[in-house]
Design a protein around this ligand. Structure first.
Ligand SMILES: NC(=O)c1ccc[n+]([C@@H]2O[C@H](COP(=O)([O-])OP(=O)(O)OC[C@H]3O[C@@H](n4cnc5c(N)ncnc54)[C@H](O)[C@@H]3O)[C@@H](O)[C@H]2O)c1
Ligand SMILES: [Zn+2]
Length: 347
């Protein structure tokens, strides 16, 4: 797969990095005004082209925004020998990546993720796309980036809540694959939150390694890639029933991991001590939006609509221990209801 480069201050070396990787010389930056205001100066000499700025926010991750990117590219006469450099969080990466996948039937994209979530998750793996009025991420493609450049210094300006949301995905990697990563995060929360490079770098690196390894084995999500959905079944349902307004995605995933941990313990699959360790680290990370007013039946209903229902069977990723998981297809509504009640939803 594409190479992933990770280093503090990497942005300054981006032109040389892209040259060496053979990325076409006409480069079009796609970013948003928030990111560009903070970090526009961090990319000297990357391109002579005007940056294409798209509006900030998940609600702009739709086809009209992609269309605006096409407009700018066509007006600038971007041709096959052009590349798109997506500089931003997951919204910019997914939207610009989809534009790159489809413009002239595909031009290279370079992902320069600027949120923790994008650095450990969305910039890696080649999934790009946008939302549709009737559902999230329904329009998309697989378009592997020519290169992923992760500059950990860019995280210095990320709001604490956004940072935390990304860190829940790191916890996810720990639970599904690496006790070492899980313990490292739990043991260095303070340093991580203060964006200490020495703490951040290995955590981001190991997260990227896990995602890369899983995706390489299963690029098109037939089997193994599903374990990356750990915490996402109940997580997505919580996001949906609150109309995507209450939770940042990672926060909903944090609850989703707690649900999966309850299911694991209830089935005798995982020791209760491991569930407690997961709950403890999540609690230590900071407050999550309330769920006490969210009725269990509504969440169950939303889970029934999940993309992970395949031929009527819900594929559920359950932890066996911190660092190991398995996918099961026989989780019942009653089990789910009990797990949701156990984590504090309204029963
Ligand atoms: N393609 C995939 O495999 C994949 C995986 C996971 C998530 N996603 C997608 O990613 C999106 C979420 O990404 P996100 O969490 O990065 O959200 P986001 O892109 O909306 O970024 C969050 C906020 O942080 C701001 N921001 C970004 N970088 C900053 C910085 N360095 N300093 C200060 N502010 C900064 C953004 O402008 C935005 O306001 C969702 O649309 C989700 O569907 C995709
Ligand atoms: Zn996620």
């Amino acid at each position: 797969m594409h190479s992933i480069h990770i280093a503090p201050g990497l942005s300054k070396q981006l032109p040389a990095l892209l040259d060496r990787a053979g990325v076409p010389a006409r480069r079009f930056i796609v970013s948003n005004p928030t990111v560009w205001r903070f970090h526009g100066e961090s990319f000297p000499g990357l391109t002579a082209e005007e940056p294409i700025l798209i509006p900030d926010g998940e609600r702009h991750k739709h086809l009209q925004t992609v269309s605006r990117i096409y407009d700018a590219l066509i007006r600038a006469r971007a041709d096959r020998a052009s590349a798109i450099v997506a500089i931003g969080g997951g919204v910019v990466g997914d939207t610009a990546g989809f534009a790159a996948a489809t413009y002239l039937r595909g031009v290279p994209v370079v992902q320069v993720p600027t949120t923790l979530l994008a650095q450990v998750d969305s910039a890696i793996g080649g999934k790009v796309g946008v939302n549709h009025a009737l559902g999230k991420n329904l329009i998309g493609a697989f378009h592997q980036p020519a290169l992923v450049a992760i500059d950990t210094s860019l995280l210095a300006t990320l709001p604490r809540r956004e940072f935390r949301a990304g860190l829940y995905e790191v916890i996810k990697y720990g639970v599904i694959d690496s006790r070492g990563l899980f313990d490292r995060v739990g043991g260095s929360l303070k340093a991580l939150f203060s964006r200490d490079e020495a703490a951040l770098l290995p955590v981001i690196k190991e997260s990227c390694d896990i995602k890369t390894r899983v995706v390489e084995t299963d690029e098109r999500e037939h089997g193994l890639r599903r374990i990356l959905n750990f915490g996402h079944t109940a997580g997505h349902a919580l996001e949906a029933v609150t109309k995507y307004k209450r939770f940042l995605h990672g926060e909903a995933v944090a609850y989703g991991m707690l649900v999966a941990a309850e299911l694991g313990v209830a089935r005798g699959l995982m020791p209760a001590a491991d569930r407690d360790a997961i709950a403890t680290v999540i609690a230590k990370m900071g407050p999550l939006p309330a769920i006490a007013d969210i009725p269990v039946p509504e969440v169950l209903e939303a889970i029934g609509h999940d993309k992970k229902v395949i031929q009527g069977r819900l594929h559920y990723v359950l932890p066996k221990a911190i660092g190991a998981c398995e996918v099961v297809t026989d989780v019942t509504k009653d089990e789910l209801a009990a797990a949701l009640a156990a984590i504090g939803a309204a029963s």
